[in-house]
Design a protein around this ligand. Structure first.
Ligand code: FE2
Length: 254
């Protein structure tokens, strides 16, 4: 099974620059590359920060571009997104009983659980009691099949102070919720705007650059240094006994 992991597109209304870069042009180039090389993917998961300022025109543009791929896409929400505008623009995306944009996707390789970690008014991530209950319930329901988790905020520290200080706040509660399960295969997240991978409590994880600006590699500062490193997306292969993530710096137009 092959799927695409996208994150942090930070789209603006088409034509508007962000940090001196053109998010529309860069995302269009990303979708051009995906349609050219990976039209056979089963789906795409987008782990949040779709729109830099939560504007409707940005979400509409995202949807138009994703529709070009020809496979299902599953959008998620990040700290830059606006939950109400998102819900208006993607009315078919499921929400839970409390209105959080978190849902499950049954794929040919297992169950994808997509979490909503937005904390309105903050760049921190939140895993409140309602969302803890939702995840605990879903993990219990799918305890016998491979489960893959997707979230915007990393649920642990990355040794990147500028991201760690705006990470998920209830990290211990998150770890406790996952602890009873041995079928959680991997955690995919965004927010860091950096390619990284590793293992946490026996669960592998990965993240990647966004499609507009990136975060500079700085292991000391709590201030984000935005840099123009090449954007990327990831192609992920899943099988019964293996998971492989390929990050790909796609070509940009001159
Ligand atoms: Fe972001």
């Amino acid at each position: 099974m092959k799927f695409i992991h996208l994150t942090d597109t930070h789209l603006m209304p088409p034509g508007q620059l962000l940090k001196g870069l053109d998010p529309e042009l860069r995302f269009r180039a990303c979708i051009d590359d995906i349609t050219r090389s990976h039209a056979d993917a089963e789906c795409c998961v987008m782990t949040g920060d779709i729109a830099d300022l939560g504007q409707e025109e940005a979400y509409r543009f995202f949807g138009e571009q994703m529709d070009r791929c020809g496979f299902d896409y599953h959008p998620m929400i990040g700290n830059h997104d606006d939950r109400d505008v998102f819900r208006r623009c993607f009315p078919d995306t499921p929400v839970d009983e409390n209105g959080y944009i978190q849902y499950q996707v049954i794929t040919s390789a297992g169950v994808f659980l997509l979490l909503d970690t937005l904390h309105i008014g903050s760049h921190d991530g939140e895993f409140c009691a309602q969302r803890q209950a939702w995840l605990a319930d879903r993990l219990k329901q799918h305890a016998e099949v491979p489960v893959y988790l997707f979230m915007h905020h990393p649920p642990f520290e990355l040794h990147l102070p500028c991201i760690d200080c705006i990470g998920l706040k209830q990290q211990e509660a998150f770890a406790e919720t996952l602890r009873p399960y041995t079928n959680i295969q991997h955690i995919f997240f965004g927010h860091a705007h950096r390619p990284l991978s590793g293992n946490w409590n026996g669960i592998s994880f990965s993240s990647l650059r966004g499609t507009n600006h990136q975060v500079g590699l700085d292991f000391n500062s709590t201030t984000i240094d935005y840099v123009d490193e090449r954007p990327e997306y990831a192609i992920v292969f899943l099988s019964e006994n293996q998971l492989v993530v390929h990050t790909h710096c796609y070509p940009l137009p001159d």
